[in-house]
Design a binder for this molecule. Structure first.
Ligand code: SAM
Length: 329
């Protein structure tokens, strides 16, 4: 135990860092990226890989054991496979995983595997090509689906598919998604849409109780115990199913009291809560040449400022103003 443990005022042990390596994305999901162009970070605004690795090492020295690499879209950044390999080699990090929209997944699978990654989350909100284009602005469904099947064959496990449930967009497909968990070992995770940035205009969310009742038409949903890898998901399985169902309920049953996350944005801000715009700047002190010891203090400040909980409940459409694509989800 050091003096620098990441334990906040609610006694939450923050051991999970989500690292966004770019604000760029090759899709324009209607609920994530605002339709008006938002200014892109310049090359020098974005943390270099070696800067990110230093920050992660400092985090690990303070008790971070788990990192998820996200974006923007992480697979659009050059050199990501080398970065992942350096990340998985950090001593003390027990779990490194990746979140992607899947578009560039298939062609990168071998490199991702060789870098030591075994757990991938793929975001996919529809199983039809036309709707995929409507939601994301690009005709890439086949690429993503091929990537998912290739990742299954390659042995990535668990392979989680994240579905943001939106009433006017994909409510009619929830059963189809849930059915995939019968025949594939996928973890199908339904996420309540959060009002973040411009995304609040994307449509009405479907909350977990309704999702559960809709997919319950497929059979009995048996609850599964929560393990350390599951984060906030409530887990279920259909009788005989190869995979699982997860419900992620930031609105209808927030999990703030169990939240163990910090986020590092691509621009080097440490963000203690997804749903609060309060951040601590790590990039400036890092580039001024401050010692690890001083950067640990920035971590501690972020931890002190982690709100005990957020106050969104599914009715309000007034979340933080930062964009999800810039924070990293
Ligand atoms: N490009 C990668 C991807 O597609 O997974 C990583 C970044 S993306 C911002 C991470 C996750 O955030 C995706 O699963 C996406 O569906 C989810 N997301 C984005 N906006 C959201 C919102 N307003 N509410 C809930 N989830 C959201």
């Amino acid at each position: 135990m050091t003096d620098f443990q990441l334990i906040d005022h609610c006694k939450r042990n923050l051991n999970y860092l989500r690292v966004s390596i770019t604000d760029r994305c090759n899709l324009r999901c209607m609920y994530c990226v605002p339709r008006d162009q938002i200014p892109k970070l310049t090359h020098k605004d974005i943390l270099r890989y070696e800067e990110i690795l230093r920050i992660v090492r400092i985090g690990v020295s303070m008790g971070i054991t788990k990192v998820r690499v996200t974006g923007g879209e992480p697979l659009v950044r050059k050199g990501v496979d080398h970065f992942l390999a350096e990340l998985t080699a950090i001593e003390g990090l027990q779990d490194v995983s990746l979140t992607t929209n899947g578009v560039f997944m298939k062609k990168n699978l071998d490199r991702i595997w060789s870098a030591g990654i075994r757990r991938i989350n793929v975001s996919l909100d529809t199983l039809t090509r036309q709707k995929f284009e409507k939601i994301t602005g690009f005709d890439r469904f086949d690429q993503v689906w091929d990537g998912i099947l290739a990742a299954e064959r390659r042995g990535f496990s668990p392979l989680k598919i994240n579905v943001v449930a939106l009433r006017d967009v994909n409510i009619v497909e929830l059963v189809k998604f849930a059915r995939l968990s019968l025949t594939h070992p996928f973890h199908i995770r339904f996420i309540e849409h959060m009002p973040i940035g411009a995304s609040s205009a994307a449509g009405r969310p479907v909350l977990a109780p309704e999702i559960k009742s809709i997919i319950g038409s497929l059979g009995d949903l048996q609850p599964l115990p929560i393990t350390s890898h599951d984060g906030p998901a409530e887990r279920y399985r259909f009788d005989g199913g190869l995979g699982e169902i997860g419900l992620i309920r930031p609105l209808s049953h927030h999990f703030c009291e169990r939240c163990n996350r910090l986020r590092l944005t691509a621009s080097g801000q440490l963000r203690p809560c997804l749903l609060s715009d309060q951040v601590e700047d790590l990039k400036t002190p890092l580039r001024k040449g401050l010692l690890d010891e001083d950067l640990r203090k920035v971590f501690l400040r972020a931890v002190q400022h982690k709100p005990s909980q957020h106050h969104l409940n599914g009715e309000e459409r007034d979340g933080p103003s930062s964009q999800m694509c810039a924070i990293g989800g």
